[in-house]
Design a binder for this molecule. Structure first.
Ligand code: NAD
Length: 488
């Protein structure tokens, strides 16, 4: 492919991004994976289905580029990342359209995602030149302790479909800033955004082989092949806890360093003393960003008895007023779910909860038609042992539970294997902080419906993950400390 075809073209056009696997700076044509528009079940484009041999070719390319990239001055790496940030920003509208097409999310969500995604390049361009080292005196007085941080090596990055741009840049940004070369395997539901980012990266000056992108229908086969290759030293995964467990077991065979951003079951707590309107505003963001297809999405609303009925009435009114439609329509607020299987799962969770005694206030059944639409839904009186209280809903459904005391609600919030995100609304900041301390979660939003920020450490405790992405420490996930014992 010539430079002209790389630079030209419409970034919103699916066909433009279905050029092939991106390995060693070249596009290797292929087909085999149809990319479906979830708004109407039509095929948007077809991308290649990589084999294990292709994956090892990508490891060859990443390894061949590694020596030069790790010794490229940090300032130069930073400037390339900064140019990449600028190009993503310049193409923001086209990228948002592409994301809406293949993922289904509403354009307003897609625009938010592109801005968030670009920020990881800008933030890590700034961090690339601030990689810390350490100098200490050994307590014994025998020597000095010098600690350097070196790039860990070739990194395999695996991302989900729910944030096709941001989950990729949240890994590529720190990896490249640290001096690592990468192989990105995006979800096969949303590969076009990943290829679009790679194209902009090449334009920004990322050298061939530093970023490689593979799509496949056999993620286990190609990932296992890469993890068995001793040149691969890092696996950074974002996806479900079930797949995370499998990958941790696989990575154990070659003792590959793992970062795991896994599932969530976020509790959203509203105390009687909360500002009701603010809590409803926050609830709509925490629940409905991405139509509920977010790992941080509020999955369980715990509302104190004194404010419970007013909260349910207010939430029902707001949820029922949302405009449903194809994500690419400018007026749409709730796009389709990613697949018909996702709709079936949500429908089952809601029907079972209702059969167990939950009260339905709005929504509650899939919408007819070819697209994968499920309407905004509010339930209350949900039994604590209903499946919906323990499983990631990943859809526009808000189950509300009543509580009376601080102690009980902390126990309820912690009754899950997950520990990614939680939200607390209270007019008493001391109480909100105390409750936040009691909740087993990597992230707590207080009187806010959104916590994601490239400058903050994102990640979970318990079975929501290992390690953190973003913030000042995110870069260290892609580095290994090397200690020198030095006698002057
Ligand atoms: P998923 O686990 O099914 O897939 C994630 C990625 O892993 C995809 O690229 C998929 O192709 C790949 N994959 C699947 N099986 C694999 C295997 N055996 N070996 C190697 N790779 C494999 O998750 P999903 O449905 O794409 O995404 C939704 C999940 O992601 C939810 O659980 C959500 O909470 C989680 N998520 C977490 C975060 C976070 O930061 N903690 C962010 C976004 C999404």
């Amino acid at each position: 492919m010539t430079m002209d075809t790389i630079l030209g073209g419409n970034y919103a056009d699916p066909a433009f991004h279905a050029q092939g696997l991106y390995i060693g700076g070249a596009w290797l044509p292929g087909t085999g994976i149809p990319v479906i528009n979830p708004a109407n079940a039509n095929t948007l484009a077809e991308v290649p289905d990589a084999s294990a041999a292709d994956a090892l070719r990508a490891v060859d390319a990443a390894d061949a580029a590694a020596a030069n990239w790790r010794t490229t001055p940090a300032r130069q790496r930073a400037e390339i990342l900064h140019r990449w940030f600028q190009l993503v920003t310049e193409h923001a509208d086209e990228l948002a359209h592409l994301i809406s097409l293949e993922n289904g999310k509403a354009l307003q969500d897609a625009r938010g995602e592109v801005a968030y995604a670009a920020e990881f390049f800008r933030w890590y361009a700034e961090e690339a030149v601030r990689i810390p080292g350490e100098f200490r005196h050994a307590p014994s007085g025998a020597n000095h302790i010098l600690v350097d941080h070196e790039p860990i090596g070739v990194a395999v990055l695996i991302t989900p479909w729910n944030f096709p741009a941001a989950m990729a840049t949240r890994k590529i940004g720190p990896a490249l800033a640290a001096g690592c070369t990468v192989i990105l395997k995006p979800a096969s539901e949303t590969p076009l955004t990943a290829y679009a980012l790679a194209r902009l990266g090449a334009e920004a000056g990322v050298p061939p082989g530093v970023v490689n992108v593979l799509t496949t229908t056999q993620p286990a086969v190609i990932t296992n092949a890469m993890l068995a290759d001793p040149r691969v030293r890092k696996l950074s995964f974002t996806g479900s806890t079930a797949v995370g467990r499998l990958l941790l077991a696989e990575a154990a065979k070659t003792v590959v360093s793992c970062a795991m951003e896994l599932g969530g079951n976020a509790a959203f707590l509203v105390f009687d003393d909360a500002d009701l309107e603010a809590a409803l505003d926050g609830a709509m963001i925490a629940k409905m960003r991405n139509a509920g297809e977010a790992c941080t999405a509020a999955n369980r609303f715990y509302v104190q008895s004194g404010i419970h009925d007013a909260f349910v009435a207010g939430l029902t009114k707001r949820m029922a007023a949302l405009k449903i439609g194809p994500g690419t329509d400018e007026q749409t607020q709730v796009g389709p779910m990613i697949s018909s299987a996702a709709v079936t799962k949500i429908d089952r969770l809601v029907s079972n909860a209702v059969a167990q005694g939950a009260r339905l206030h709005t929504g509650g059944a899939p919408l007819p038609g070819d697209g994968y639409f499920y309407p905004p839904t509010v339930l209350d009186n949900v039994p604590l042992d209903a499946g919906i209280a323990h499983v990631e809903i990943f859809g526009p459904v808000a189950p509300v539970y009543r509580f009376d005391t601080e102690e009980t609600v902390i126990r309820m919030a912690n009754n899950t294997e997950y520990g990614l995100a939680a939200y607390v609304y209270s007019g008493d900041l001391t109480r909100a902080l105390r409750v936040g301390k009691g909740i087993e979660s990597g992230m707590i939003a207080i009187n806010r419906g959104l916590m994601s920020d490239p400058a903050a450490p994102f990640g979970g405790v318990k079975q929501s993950g290992l390690g953190r992405e973003g913030g000042v420490t995110g870069i260290l996930e892609f580095m290994e400390p090397k200690y020198f014992a030095v006698d002057f």
